[in-house]
Design a protein around this ligand. Structure first.
Ligand SMILES: Nc1nc2c(c(=O)[nH]1)N[C@H]1C(S)=C(S)[C@@H](COP(=O)(O)OP(=O)(O)OC[C@H]3O[C@@H](n4cnc5c(N)ncnc54)[C@H](O)[C@@H]3O)O[C@H]1N2
Ligand code: MOO
Length: 404
């Protein structure tokens, strides 16, 4: 059995970025931009007012109060092109360009005004409430450097730079093949000892969340011809994930059958719980992860290995699951040779760190505690027994705020 770190390194060594495509900005959130984005315009395009009030010449404000003649008006999107002479002001609104010769905005709260004149009661330094042309960016500026995962904020910037299209890495196509005579899809007729195939939907959701495109190849029966037939559709994918059939039973057919179809195995079995029978190799030139069938095993294998693999396919630095320290609320016995990923809840907080409690049952078939878990507690191989209030490593599974 190899370690989790060795397995990650072996997988990532064999994975290379996919090609690019051009998408509309409205579809670009979360995509990896592959070319620097230069602005196609200057923002603001001219000196603009930041407030509703009056555009004036600062030289007219030497003595306060002072009364100026209102010679016109300029709304956002409009213009006042006439000359503004000494003793004159132009009514102006937020986002409107300054008329020629004016250089300062006096907010309307600091004035008394009627249709013809404005009395300025508070002085303002030259340039007050003026957003100079190019304050934000100028035409030709590189607004965003590639590679970059586009956030909602980046989408706003690209839009303002008048870039309606953007070149991004295409979404890696991840083919998911479930195996097992006992499986049926949710909603389908089900026999007495059958179960619902939950893994492919769980892993597909993770794939989508990580920026990939999941392709469901369906469920192969536990026989060679069914597996051979179903796996053919993986050949247009960037990566193949098989779910189940990874272990040593007579019906675990992934290696025996796909071995005859050109599967080359890099490694099989890792020192990890759950997820021990994980396999990695290449099938028809495509990287392939053979995941164990137990739902928690395939979720944790996806979390540790598939998400970083999708990162590599997207041409970005492969992520490590975020880790932090936590206090244990109870005793925990020593660990064996497998790195353990245990489902747990957060009870509260002490000295700025979460206090965690493991679920009593850690069976890798159980989806209810997996769904209820706030975090995974990670125990290295051969970790010593721990007491109440000892510190452990945890991977949070909850994300309190959306990405912005
Ligand atoms: N003699 C041994 N038996 C087992 C070993 C071992 O080392 N020696 N390893 C155990 C471990 S650990 C795991 S994990 C499982 C993995 O087995 P497989 O990858 O071969 O998976 P299956 O046998 O096909 O299924 C295991 C389990 O998961 C259920 N399953 C399968 N696919 C799905 C799905 N798409 N959705 C929901 N549930 C699924 C399946 O019904 C089984 O209950 O092997 C142990 N055995
Ligand atoms: O490794 Mo299996 O994934 O323990 O249940």
């Amino acid at each position: 059995m190899i370690s989790v770190d060795e397995a990650r390194a072996k997988i990532l060594k064999d994975i290379h970025p996919v090609g690019t495509e051009v998408v509309a900005l409205s579809s670009a959130f979360g995509r990896v931009m592959t070319e620097d984005a230069r602005s196609r315009r200057t923002q603001p395009p001219a000196d603009m007012s930041a407030m509703d009030g009056f555009a004036v010449r600062a030289a007219d404000l030497d003595t306060i109060p002072t009364t100026l003649k209102i010679i016109g008006e300029v709304p956002a999107g409009g213009a006042y092109d006439g000359a503004v002479k000494a003793g004159e002001a132009v009514r102006i609104f937020t986002g409107a360009p300054l008329p020629p010769d004016t250089d300062t905005i006096v907010i309307q709260e600091d004035t008394d005004f009627n249709d013809h004149s404005v009395t300025i009661k508070e002085g303002a330094a030259r340039g007050t409430y003026v957003r100079p042309a190019g304050l934000d960016f100028r035409e030709g500026d590189i607004g965003l450097k590639a590679p970059r995962i586009l956030s909602p904020r980046d989408i706003g910037l690209l839009a303002a730079m008048n870039r309606p299209w953007v070149t991004v890495r295409r979404k890696p196509r991840i083919a998911l093949l479930s195996t097992g005579d006992e499986l049926v899809r949710p909603g389908e007729p089900i026999g007495p000892n059958q179960i619902i195939s939950s893994n492919s939907l769980l892993v597909a959701a993770l794939v989508e969340a990580a920026g990939g495109e999941a392709i469901d190849l369906g469920i192969a029966k536990d026989n060679a011809s069914s597996l051979r037939e179903k796996v053919q559709d993986a050949k247009s994918a960037d990566m193949l994930i098989t779910l189940g059939g990874a272990s040593v039973g007579d019906h675990d057919l992934i290696q025996p059958v796909l071995g005859k179809e050109g599967l080359s195995v890099d490694f099989w079995r890792i020192a990890m719980r759950p997820g021990k029978p994980l396999m990695f190799g290449k099938f028809a030139g495509i990287p392939m992860l053979g995941m164990p069938g137990n739902p928690v095993s395939s979720m944790i294998c996806s979390f540790l290995f598939l998400i970083p693999a999708i990162d590599a396919l997207r041409g970005i630095e492969p992520r490590h699951p975020p880790r932090q320290k936590a206090w244990l609320s109870h005793e925990l016995k020593e660990n064996d040779q497998r790195e353990d990923y245990m489902r747990a809840t957060v009870l509260g907080e002490k000295d700025g760190l979460p206090v965690v409690k493991l679920f009593a049952k850690q069976d890798s078939s159980m989806l209810s505690p997996l769904s209820a878990a706030d975090c995974l507690i990670v125990r290295p191989p051969f970790a010593k027994a721990l007491g109440k209030n000892d510190m452990v490593d945890m991977i949070p599974l909850t994300q309190p705020y959306p990405v912005v």
